[in-house]
Design a protein around this ligand. Structure first.
Ligand SMILES: [Ca+2]
Length: 631
């Protein structure tokens, strides 16, 4: 039991305590080695604030409160791994708005996706995950849902959805839908009913509170800038929105709301959906509306998060969700988007015997320690924390392997902003994704080595997060009497999610073959060189490397279920490991740096190169060289 008298060592010995400390250290770029110092490790929580010279009041109390009121002990790892289809699958994320436009309105659509099924087959993926395609006013590009049982009109209708499911299934592909149930659009009929009649049962589907001193109920901030509350004259109250002003948080403590969500999930499962990716699913349980801790808010860039990133009823709601929806169906796969959840928290969410989710996305590896997406820096691959997840996640849990998604700039551009080694780095990412333990998730265009866009002005951006952040930064500079427009733009241009949302580059015709009309967001001007048509014709392309890597994984069980054993772990410049199982053995060596590196271990005549991003080996490992051998 963790109390204010516990030492930092005792906190770190608690699995969830370890996650919390790691998260705090990571956000400040410090290492857990700090705790090896007995003077630090022996400190009691009650002494923490004095140590930090009063910079973090209330943080110790926050840690005690979380650790004493939540599950903190994941079940132990069993000796064997259960076989599941989704552990063997490769999942491909499509951002429908930017994938393929079939009717020339400049917006990708379901018929466009259908037309590209042969491309997905050629690449060799098994599952398509669609970012939201539900009816939405589009304030956050579909993550603000107006009607859960209707298709966004720009994307098609229920007939085009049914046709897509049929074609995917006939081609041996499964379909994973995005499930956005932490919030709805303010245009959802539930919210509209709540505004129209405060006595309507739907009012209690959302989170309302009275204001304080003429302002919002507490000091929480929204992920998309500004306070996390809107005031409504209709009700005389404030309603919570952790994201945009049009994304209203749902009240999961209301059983009627939960029943509506499960009913909706069954409705989609009955239509043949094979799985769900669940948007910010760990935020659904809130522990009341007390003020957020300012120091924690500073560390995580968001105030109030300790009240909902690991809420008191999270596990209960996920267990109930499984029982009431996807648990009633065969072979459904679920993956949670779980920001802020560390390794042990993810173990609690995904250990098989707990009956919650199959997999979770942890985002720690997407930024270097102490760095954030919104501040320019070059990503150092030596900071990849995969080892921990490969070795400590347990046989009852299964990792996700990903570098890109619709919320993050292109990984190849993060490593090198002017990617001289674009093809080499893109292929290195494939080597890791397809030879480590876990389920690989590709994001559209990653298999072509697509790069960040060069946005010239704020008018080029579409992302609500970036546009709000820009306005906030400008205001800050103006208030300080400075002209900061350029700095404000450069900051958001570096980290904007729009880098991942430029249209898929199909060929070298106008608009990269994405649309015959005007695309909703500009096409990356490098499309005449980087496009699917070129790459399919070139056997050394990034595309064919991904195709071969996917095939290698599909043909070799050892790369899925085989044991993972690292070698030369003290060499920080390279990452080397064996995968062993089913009578096969593979050796993987990766140079994580942009310089030549001495090979940490010798290759013998028994090492046969199967896949390598230089097409052969040399005496030294060249910049970002990555090779897979059979041994
Ligand atoms: Ca269209």
């Amino acid at each position: 039991m963790i109390t204010m008298r516990s030492t930092l060592h005792q906190v770190y010995a608690d699995p969830v305590g370890k996650d919390l400390v790691d998260m705090l250290l990571n956000s400040t770029g410090k290492s857990a080695k700090l705790l090896d110092n007995p003077l630090v490790g022996g400190l009691r929580l009650s002494q923490l604030d004095r140590l930090l010279a009063g910079r973090a009041p209330g943080v110790a109390e926050m840690v005690v409160s979380l650790l004493s009121s939540r599950d903190t002990q994941p079940p132990p790892s069993p000796a064997t791994i259960t076989r599941k289809w989704w552990k063997e699958a490769v999942i491909y994320q499509i951002y429908p708005r930017s994938f393929m436009d079939s009717n020339g309105d400049g917006i990708g659509d379901l018929a466009g996706i259908r037309a590209r099924i042969p491309y997905l087959k050629e690449l060799g993926v098994d599952v398509v995950w669609l970012s939201p395609i539900y009816d939405s006013p589009g304030d956050d590009n579909g993550y603000d849902i107006r009607n859960y049982k209707k298709i966004m009109k720009e994307f098609g209708n229920m007939a085009s959805f049914t046709a897509l499911v049929k074609d995917l299934h006939e081609n041996g592909l499964k379909l994973m839908m995005d499930l956005v149930v932490n919030h709805t659009s303010d245009e959802h009929e539930w919210f509209q009913k709540a505004l129209a009649d405060p006595a309507a049962p739907e009012k209690d589907y959302y989170l309302w509170a009275k204001g304080k001193n003429g302002g919002p109920p507490n000091n929480w901030t929204s992920f998309f800038s500004g306070p996390a509350w809107n005031h409504y004259d209709e009700t005389g109250e404030w309603a919570l929105h952790l994201f945009s002003k049009k994304q209203m948080d749902l009240n999961w403590d209301n059983p009627a709301l939960r029943a509506e969500v499960y009913d909706m999930m069954r409705w989609w499962l009955d239509k043949g959906v094979d799985g769900f990716r669940m948007d910010v699913i760990n935020f659904i349980s809130k522990d009341g509306f007390a003020d957020g801790n300012p120091a924690a808010g500073e560390a995580f860039g968001i105030r109030g998060i300790e009240h909902y990133f690991y809420g008191p009823r999270l596990h209960a709601y996920l267990q109930e969700m499984r029982r009431e929806s996807f648990g009633k169906y065969e072979n459904v796969c679920t993956v949670g988007e779980t920001p802020g959840m560390g390794l042990n928290l993810c173990r609690l969410l995904t250990a098989e015997e707990r009956g919650e989710l199959d997999m979770a996305f942890n985002f720690d590896h997407l930024e270097n320690p102490g760095k954030s997406r919104m501040f320019p820096y070059e990503y150092d691959l030596r900071c990849l924390n995969f080892m921990k997840w490969q070795q400590e996640y347990g046989n009852n849990c299964w990792p996700t392997l990903f570098f890109e998604n619709h919320d993050n700039p292109r990984m190849v551009s993060k490593v090198q902003s002017a990617p001289a080694y674009r093809m080499v780095i893109s292929k290195l990412l494939a080597v890791l994704q397809f030879t480590l333990r876990g389920t690989p998730f590709l994001y559209q265009g990653q298999e072509l080595g697509m790069t960040n866009a060069a946005f010239a002005s704020i008018d080029d951006l579409r992302d609500v997060e970036a546009i709000n952040r820009y306005a906030e930064l400008r205001q800050k500079y103006q208030a300080a009497g400075e002209d900061g427009d350029d700095i404000a733009f450069e900051t958001v241009a570096f980290g904007t999610r729009d880098h991942a949302r430029t249209p898929m580059q199909w060929d070298d015709t106008q608009n990269a073959g994405f649309t015959t009309g005007t695309p909703w967001i500009g096409v990356n001007p490098n499309y005449p060189a980087i496009n699917a048509k070129n790459e399919r014709e070139n056997p050394d392309s990034v595309f064919h490397f991904y195709r071969k890597a996917i095939a290698l994984r599909h043909e070799n069980e050892a790369l899925v279920y085989g044991a993972f054993s690292p070698v030369f772990p003290r060499d920080k410049n390279t990452l080397c490991y064996f995968r062993v199982g089913s009578g096969a053995k593979f050796y993987v060596e990766v140079n994580l740096t942009g310089e030549d590196q001495k090979r940490p271990g010798p290759l013998s005549p028994g090492h046969r190169l199967l896949l390598g991003n230089y097409g052969g080996t040399a005496a030294a490992m060249r910049p970002y060289e990555a090779n897979v051998y059979s041994v």
